[in-house]
Design a binder for this molecule. Sequence first.
Ligand code: LMR
Length: 342
Amino acid sequence: MKKIFSVVLVALLAVGLMLVASGCGGGGSSSQQAGGTKTITVKFSHVVAESTPKGQAALKFKELLESKSNGQFKVEVYPSSQLYGDPEEMEALLANNVQLIAPSATKLVGLNPAFQLVDMPFLFKNDQAAYNFYDGEYGQKLMHSLENKGILGLAWWPNGSKHFTNSKRPLKRPADFQGLKFRTQSGGVLDDQFKALGAGSQTIAFGEVYQALQNKTVDGTENTFNNIDTQKYAEVQKYMTVSYHGRIDYVVLTNTKFWNSLTEDQKKLFTECMNEATKYERKLADELNQKSFENLKNSGKMEIYTLTDADREAFVKAMQPVYDKYTDKIGKEYIEAARNSK
Ligand code: LMR
């Protein structure tokens, strides 16, 4: 009996050592392939559904990097906050427990307040203007602004414009917001946006929003058509206002510890695959948001109101205090570059 126990124990220890040697459980780990080449494991964590533009582009990146590197890289994608939720994913990136995340720019406010630019009400003319801003001087400067904190921006993955939803009443004019409470992605501009409309706000992690809407912790939220659709908010929100008042766009980030561990050739390949995945994401963002808008309309679950030009003017005016307070904090040059982008 004792002998059998010892044999089992030795076998278990051997398996354990093999797992450690192969880097299992460690982020950015590398393991030896049969032919002697190393496999580098890249963990990509995000909070949205797999069927979203971000979810699909993450899978595209995996497909590209794994095939083009002939197995040198292995990419594990974890959607829907499976591995880390909103507040934890940045800590995980800094600890190199994940090597890629793609948070909404708003969520980087604690690291650089200029990322809140995406929340400035009615700032960008349209999607193309946002893409051109991100690819231009100021968008690139912003993306690279976290390098001294050990975080490297690799790409902008835009999702699209936000719209309001709520469970209480149609929101057609600023006065309709009075006394309601909205979920925000993070504090600052978004809190002040709702304050300007006479509403309250609370920051809630994306993975907990459906429940917060269901149990009425908050009355409403704001998101892209695609997130509203894929998170099934129509089950718990009776009204949607098509407002295009701000954006949800992502910054794909890695950490410098992981990045600096790569050879120049590996960095080049990684960048090439990221650029290709970025093109794919931008095309999908447009397509999937349109498709989701159709789904939301066709489901008949929500009463949908689209702001008229006059309504829009009333919102622009009501939200002016946000510009008064944040133009200097974000940087006048960033706001101007975004406003003038075509
Ligand atoms: C949100 O928190 O509403 C979004 O940033 C989620 C996402 O990643 O699209």
